[in-house]
Write a protein that binds this ligand. Structure first.
Ligand code: THU
Length: 275
């Protein structure tokens, strides 16, 4: 985790602290960079960012973000500063028809990329930077989707009925339309009648008309990640051969693996599946 210091000198709401830290960590990781020292992220009002733009860049207009790279001579010092104006970012969000948090996240990614050497003066370098910015934002979204799914699986695990094994499991299955179906294991005195969390989630989804799945999160209380049992792999494969499996201990600690790699050369009836 990089060291980030956040300052909000405005009355405006800004990105939550956790989100800023997450974005900084993700961008530095994806760019293969790690720095000692501190990164400052400061939210300022319109007049302050305008003054900074004028003073340091000789341009007299409002802007959403300015980055200052201070260098790495002082290992415990501040290596960079990203100054963001939430008020300007929110105006842009309205103009583009996106949520404020989305626009402010993109603005922060933009500021970070400047610190890492990306430029946007020339059309060619601007295109490279914009593509990178978009790709990083999509990665952020995907990570957040995974974390959300894991949190849903954890909540479902609390409902597990597992008095025989004492091994509660929770699952959360996400359809391509974004719908989420959860499941927990349901055991029985006649032990073989036990149903796993994953199959409960699949049955709930299919019974509600959803058959196409993108991701599945699984959580148990074990010290290692819990992957679906063989029977569940086969049931999941019936509907989602391309499924992404997220085996999690928490929303910060998970492993992503494809169902196809967990069930190679899977069995399917040639004329079996009907759309
Ligand atoms: N179990 C699941 O619900 N999902 C898995 O992927 C592994 C196993 C349940 C079944 C049983 O209730 C308990 O865990 C112990 O096998």
């Amino acid at each position: 985790m990089s060291r980030v210091e956040i300052i909000n000198r405005t009355e405006e709401s800004f990105l939550p602290k956790r989100k800023i830290q997450k974005i900084v960590d993700l961008v530095l990781k994806e760019e293969g960079k790690q720095f000692p020292g501190v990164l400052v992220v400061a939210a300022v009002d319109r007049e302050e960012i305008r003054n900074l733009k004028k003073r340091f860049f000789g341009q007299d207009h409002y802007t959403d973000v300015i980055s200052f790279l201070y260098g790495f001579s002082d290992k415990d010092g501040i290596w960079g500063e990203i100054v963001i104006c939430p008020a300007v970012a929110k105006e842009e969000a309205r103009a583009r028809g996106v949520r404020n948090e989305e626009e402010m996240s993109i603005v922060l990614i933009h500021g970070l990329l400047h610190l890492l050497g990306y430029g946007d003066e020339e059309p060619q370098e601007r295109q490279v930077m914009e593509e990178r910015q978009e790709a990083l934002y999509q990665l952020l979204r995907e990570e957040e989707e995974r974390e959300k799914l894991v949190r849903k699986a954890i909540r479902a695990k609390n409902h597990a009925y597992a008095p025989y094994s004492n091994f509660p499991v929770g699952a959360a299955l996400r359809g391509w339309g974004g719908e989420i179906f959860t499941g927990c294991n349901v055991e029985n005195a006649s032990l073989g009648l036990t149903i796993c969390a994953e199959r409960v989630a699949v049955a709930k989804a299919v019974s509600q008309g959803v058959r196409e799945f993108e991701k599945l999160a699984i959580v148990a209380d074990s010290s290692s990640y819990c992957f679906p049992c063989g029977a569940c792999r086969q049931v999941l494969y019936e509907f989602a051969p391309q499924l992404e499996i997220i085996a999690a201990k928490s929303d910060k600690d998970y492993e992503v693996i494809s169902l196809a790699s967990l069930l190679p050369r899977a069995f399917l009836l040639e004329n079996g599946r009907k759309e």
